[in-house]
Design a protein around this ligand. Structure first.
Ligand code: H2U
Ligand code: ZN
Length: 375
C-alpha cells in the first residue's frame, strides 16, 4: 500500500478494521512507541507499561461540595447582578449574554503590522457566555436529557448566528476549578473570531488534504475504522465516542457524528436528541470513573463559516479532562512542553476504564467532590 490514504478506495476503512486484529498491534500494549494524530499532524509518545512507576503525581485535595440550587453571590444565577452591574433575567432554562470581559470585540481599527520577523494583525470577534441551567448546583452530566437537548439547540443557533459574522466559532465548556472555571454554575462559552486559530487551521488543512487525496472525509473513515473496536466508549446510531488512537490526555475522548455533518445547525431533531443522550452518558461515565464531578474542557469543532466548501470537514467534539487518577492530575510539563506530548496509560486501557464506568449516575446526591487547586 502506498502512503496515499485513498488509493485503495473504499477498502481502506475495512482494511483498518482488519488491522486492529493484526498481531503487529500487540506491541502497542508494552513497547514505548509514537502514535500519529492525523487531525493535527502531530505525534504523541506512548510509554506503555510505565504506569507502575512509584511517583504518581501530585494529589489534588478533594473538598466536599454542598452547593445550593441558588447562590445569591453567583453572577450567573437568575436575577443576580453581574460584575458590570447588569442584572440577569429570571431565566427558566438557558441564558446567553455577551461576556463582560470579552477576549474579542467587534470591529478593529488595527492595521496589519509587518517588520522583519515581527508580525501582528488585529483580530475582531465576539464572546458569549451560555448558562446551561438556572440551577446553580446542576451539571450537564446531571441535567435531564431534555434540558441538555435545549443546550444543544442554543449551541446550534448561537453558532449559526455568530458564524454569519465571523469565520471561526468556538463553543466550549471549562468544567471544574482545576480547569480554571471561574464559577461552578453550569455554563459554557462561545468565542467567535475572524481568523482560524491554530488547531482550527491544522484540522482544516489535514481534513482538506485527506479529501483531496482520497475523495473521502478523514473523520468518517476514522469512524469506520474504530466502530466496535477497543477504543470505543459508547455509540448509538448517530454518534460514536472513542478515546482516540492518538489521545494526549489520559481520558481524552472524541465525539464524532457518524453521518456527514459539518455544523451543529445541520443536525435534525433526532440527531440532536441522540446527541444529548450520548453526551449525558459520556459525562456520567466520567463522573463515575473516579466518583467525583469530573473536570474537563470540551469543545466543538465545526467547519469554518463562510468558506467556499466544507465538504472535507466532519463535525466533532473533543473532551480533554486532566485527571489520571481520582485526585491525581496529569501536567503537560517538561517533555510535553519542550518536545512532544507523552502518556503512560494506553488509549485502549483508558477506553476500557470508561466503558466499565456506568453511564447512569449511581450516587443520588451531588456528594461528588470538587477539586481544589489550592495548596
Ligand atoms: P469561565 O468559568 O469558563 O471562566 O467562564 C465564565 C465567563 O464569565 C468568564 O469568561 C465571564 C468571565 O469573563 N463573566 C462575565 O461576563 N460577567 C461577570 O459578571 C463575571 C464573569
Ligand atoms: Zn449560580
Amino acid at each position: 500500500m502506498t502512503s496515499n490514504p485513498g488509493r485503495n478506495g473504499g477498502s481502506r476503512a475495512a482494511g483498518g478494521r482488519a488491522s486492529r486484529l493484526d498481531s503487529r498491534f500487540d506491541s502497542l500494549r508494552s513497547e514505548p512507541h509514537r502514535r500519529h494524530n492525523p487531525l493535527l499532524d502531530e505525534w504523541v509518545l506512548v510509554s506503555a507499561g510505565r504506569t507502575k512507576r512509584p511517583w504518581q503525581g501530585r494529589r489534588e485535595a478533594p473538598a466536599a461540595d454542598t452547593m445550593p440550587a441558588y447562590d445569591p453571590k453567583c453572577y450567573l444565577c437568575p436575577g443576580n447582578v453581574r460584575a458590570n452591574g447588569e442584572f440577569n433575567p429570571e431565566y427558566a432554562s438557558t441564558y446567553v449574554f455577551t461576556n463582560d470581559f470579552s477576549a474579542l470585540r467587534p470591529g478593529t481599527s488595527m492595521e496589519r503590522i509587518s517588520d522583519g520577523l515581527l508580525r501582528a494583525e488585529g483580530e475582531e470577534g465576539e464572546c458569549h457566555v451560555l448558562c446551561f441551567s438556572p440551577r446553580h448546583n446542576q451539571t450537564l452530566a446531571r441535567m435531564p436529557v431534555t434540558d441538555v437537548r435545549r443546550v444543544v439547540d442554543v449551541w446550534a443557533t448561537e453558532s449559526q448566528d455568530l458564524g454569519s459574522r465571523h469565520r471561526w466559532v468556538q463553543v466550549f465548556e471549562n468544567r471544574g476549578q482545576i480547569m480554571g472555571a471561574s464559577n461552578p454554575h453550569p455554563h459554557g462559552q462561545i468565542w467567535a473570531g475572524s481568523a482560524l486559530p491554530r488547531d482550527a487551521a491544522k484540522e482544516d488543512a489535514t481534513q482538506a488534504g485527506y479529501l483531496a487525496e482520497s475523495g473521502r472525509r478523514l473523520l468518517l473513515d476514522y469512524v469506520a475504522q474504530e466502530l466496535d473496536g477497543p477504543r470505543v466508549v459508547d455509540q448509538n446510531d448517530d454518534w460514536l465516542v472513542v478515546v482516540p488512537f492518538w489521545a494526549s490526555w489520559p481520558y481524552e475522548t472524541l465525539l464524532l457524528s457518524r453521518h456527514p455533518a459539518t455544523h451543529l445547525h445541520d443536525l435534525d431533531d433526532a440527531r440532536r436528541d441522540s446527541l444529548a443522550a450520548i453526551l449525558v452518558r459520556l459525562l456520567t461515565r466520567y463522573d463515575n470513573l473516579f466518583g467525583l464531578s469530573f473536570p474537563y474542557s470540551m469543545g466543538w469543532h465545526q467547519a469554518p463559516f463562510g468558506g467556499a466548501s466544507s465538504d472535507h470537514w466532519q463535525l466533532h467534539a473533543h473532551f480533554l479532562p486532566p485527571l489520571l487518577r481520582a485526585n491525581v492530575r496529569k501536567f503537560m510539563v517538561g517533555y510535553e512542553l519542550l518536545a512532544e506530548t507523552q502518556r503512560d496509560l494506553t488509549p485502549e486501557a483508558a477506553a476500557a476504564d470508561l466503558r466499565a464506568a456506568s453511564p447512569a449516575h449511581d450516587v443520588a446526591s451531588a456528594s461528588d467532590l470538587a477539586f481544589s487547586t489550592g495548596p
